[in-house]
Design a protein around this ligand. Structure first.
Ligand SMILES: C[S@@+](CC[C@H](N)C(=O)[O-])C[C@H]1O[C@@H](n2cnc3c(N)ncnc32)[C@H](O)[C@@H]1O
Length: 221
């Protein structure tokens, strides 16, 4: 890890600690849910599925996973200690969820230990995205799936100002770039699609026209 990578991690951690403390995390989860809930349902988790959310924020998809896979394992990891504290508070009535603070691709989890991994709006923050995608592949059991979702991507021009708006570097890839990045890490790309919000429900026009880019990778058997 270079000094520049560490500085990027520190900046991202500061931004999301601040968002968690100032009550912006729940709003973020609410605004992501119209994209993520249908994507989560497409996964049709088995009742014993082992599920991981990388960059889980307030942990909303991890809580969904405990409902969808009551005999499984539901884990969320996040760089921000404040996000993890919030996720734990919001999950206090559940005894079968796990949250860990770590700077992915560092983590305390077993290789080949998950059937399904989801990540919403995270991977473009990672200083070495290629290494992080390779580690994601190693976390999956053979045949396991990774749903990688981003709103910041080449075709979504409305998102291009976000690095300046948020004050952190972000890796901008278009849909072909995301497909290629997953393939370079060893995934078979099984699907790629845009998740759209109906125009009359979209709080910003791009949510109905460009939407959230979903790339579904599968670890080869
Ligand atoms: C835009 S938020 C998305 C949160 C959540 N996925 C959602 O849909 O609301 C990005 C999240 O990724 C986390 N994150 C960024 N870099 C990370 C890293 N290297 N390891 C783990 N989490 C990271 C941030 O702390 C933040 O909570």
């Amino acid at each position: 890890m270079t000094q520049r990578d560490n500085e990027q991690l520190d900046r991202v951690r500061d931004v999301f600690d601040d968002w968690a403390v100032r009550g912006r995390a729940e709003g973020m989860a609410k605004s992501h849910t119209p994209f993520v809930r249908p994507a989560f349902e497409l996964l049709e988790l088995a009742p014993d599925a082992r599920y991981l959310d990388i960059g889980c924020g307030d942990g909303y998809t991890v809580r969904w996973a405990t409902q969808a896979a009551p005999q499984g394992r539901a884990v969320g990891i996040d760089l921000s200690a404040e996000m993890i504290a919030l996720a734990r508070r919001m999950s206090a009535d559940l005894d079968d969820v796990e949250f860990h603070q770590c700077a992915f691709p560092e983590h305390p989890l077993p290789h080949a230990g998950f059937d399904t991994i989801l990540s919403m709006e995270v991977f473009y923050y990672l200083p070495d995205m290629g290494a992080a995608l390779e580690e994601t592949l190693r976390l999956l059991a053979p045949g396991g799936r990774f749903t990688c979702m981003v709103d910041f991507y080449g075709e979504n021009e409305a998102s291009h100002s976000w690095p300046e708006d948020v004050g952190v570097e972000m890796t901008l890839l278009d849909s072909a770039g995301w497909r290629g990045a997953l393939e370079d890490a060893g995934f078979d790309v099984a699907d790629q699609r845009r998740m759209l919000v109906p125009a009359d429900e979209a709080s910003e026009p791009w949510k109905a026209t460009e939407g959230s880019l979903l790339t579904l990778g599968r670890r080869p058997e």
